[in-house]
Design a protein around this ligand. Structure first.
Ligand code: NAP
Length: 393
């Protein structure tokens, strides 16, 4: 809740734009965010106003503030019933100068200073963009990960590397409401999967199990993976204003990805490859998958190494070998990692399974301790200079 000149604003989540990824709930240190099978909601009695949740939301749905005047607050139970916000919201940036200083916490999560300005929210569920599937191929021997290319034809879809789009699966859920959209990162560069066209690549894993191993059938991932070339897809977005590439030829980029979290990294690598040699940032990728056969884009990434890309892989399910994760690869590659970390123009990107964040943080701390660097101080400097970006679900 924020206050400005007697006007109160309630912090809410826009159900239209919410990806239902759970990032905000995991980020919240005071358990103010909860969800049911349909919506996410904020309990304003518990919310501390730290605004850390704003940074991790992939679509900006959580950056929604409604002026209440004398009206009562919207309770959590009511928020959970919404298909849309009851009134048009404003963003924190639009009211932040009006809020009490303790509410207006400085934002440390932002795009790199030199990043191009992203365009967001061009299409909503009531008027989506229509794209045609022009490629749908299996990327992995197991795990059923697909490379799907959408062609937007005449329809404008400006997407920077690191931005996402929402896909609307047809049909309705058990309550008869349209399925909530699912968000996917562009796995292609801003000038298209096929340069000079409005084509966008997605990396989609067919979901057949939940995180506890129970059988489920992911509505949107199965819809996408089953599409034939020529089929039409409804798309909303674009989203994302922080997980963006620096436009700085002197920058170095350290990417850490697991599984389909490779998608935005592939977009960034494609972008770098298409820049003139003198404008190309130096790139390193630490990539974790279960096995080499289960590693999306393995052939093309290996073909780029070592000249265009420094590639470090970690495989977790090799027969008769202990689990090897990206954080282990970071420790093994310590000398190269330290070179990147010592560079004041290094930008770090993490994308993939939620659990990797903690392990990667520990790995950086370990590497830094051996290299005589204070990781806590460096991490804070990276955050405040907008050089540390994370998108994990
Ligand atoms: P996955 O195949 O389940 O896992 C990839 C690798 O990460 C495996 O080797 C796995 O090891 C390992 N891993 C598991 N827990 C880890 C931990 N705590 N630390 C480090 N490594 C760990 O991955 P996935 O199913 O593709 O999931 C990728 C995630 O990226 C999803 O949550 C997805 O939502 C997210 N994402 C996707 C996109 C997209 O556009 N598709 C974009 C952004 C983010 P084991 O399983 O063998 O333990």
């Amino acid at each position: 809740m924020g206050v400005s000149g007697g006007k109160r604003f309630q912090h809410l989540i826009d159900p239209q734009n919410c990806a239902r990824c759970g990032s905000c709930e995991s980020e919240c240190q005071v358990a103010a965010i909860s969800h049911d099978e349909r919506n996410y909601a904020i309990d304003h009695d518990l919310c501390s106003g730290c605004q850390e949740c704003l940074a991790v939301c992939p679509t900006g749905a959580i950056d929604s503030w409604i002026a209440l005047a004398d009206a009562p607050d919207f309770p959590v139970a009511e928020q959970l019933t919404w298909s849309d916000l009851p009134r048009a919201p404003v963003a924190a940036a639009d009211i932040v100068h009006l809020l009490e200083p303790e509410v207006a916490v400085a934002h440390v999560h932002a795009a790199p200073a030199s990043a191009a300005t992203p365009r967001v929210n061009l299409y909503a569920a009531d008027a989506p963009a229509h794209a045609r599937v022009c490629e749908n191929r299996l990327l992995t021997a197991t795990g059923d990960v697909h490379h799907i290319v959408l062609d937007f034809g005449d329809c404008e879809m400006p997407l920077l590397e690191g931005q996402t789009i929402g896909v609307l699966a047809p049909g309705t859920d058990a309550n008869g409401r349209p399925h909530a959209m699912r968000v996917y990162s562009a796995a292609s560069a801003r000038d298209g999967e096929r340069p000079g066209t409005r084509t966008v690549a997605l990396t989609v894993k067919r979901i057949l199990q939940d995180r506890d191993g129970n059988a489920v059938r992911g509505v949107c991932s199965n819809h996408l993976c089953d599409l034939d070339v020529g089929a039409t897809v409804d798309v909303v977005g674009p989203y994302g204003q922080t997980f963006l590439m620096p436009d700085d030829p002197a920058a170095t980029i350290l990417m850490i990805a697991t599984g389909t979290g490779i998608a935005p990294m592939r977009g960034m690598i494609a972008r770098a490859q298409r820049l003139p040699a003198q404008a190309r940032p130096r790139l390193a990728l630490f990539y974790g998958a279960r096995t080499p056969e289960d590693m999306p884009y393995r052939d093309e990434l290996e073909a780029l190494a070592p000249d265009t890309l420094e590639l470090f892989t970690a495989f977790s399910r090799m027969p008769r070998q202990p689990r090897h994760y990206v954080q282990d690869a970071i420790v093994l590659g310590a000398s190269r990692v330290l070179e990147y970390l010592r560079d004041e123009r290094c930008h770090i990107y993490l994308c993939g399974v939620k659990g990797m964040e903690e392990g990667v943080d520990r790995a950086f701390a370990h590497v830094c301790a051996d290299g005589g660097i204070d990781w806590s101080a460096l991490r804070e400097r990276l955050r405040t200079s907008h050089r540390l970006h994370s998108e994990t679900y």
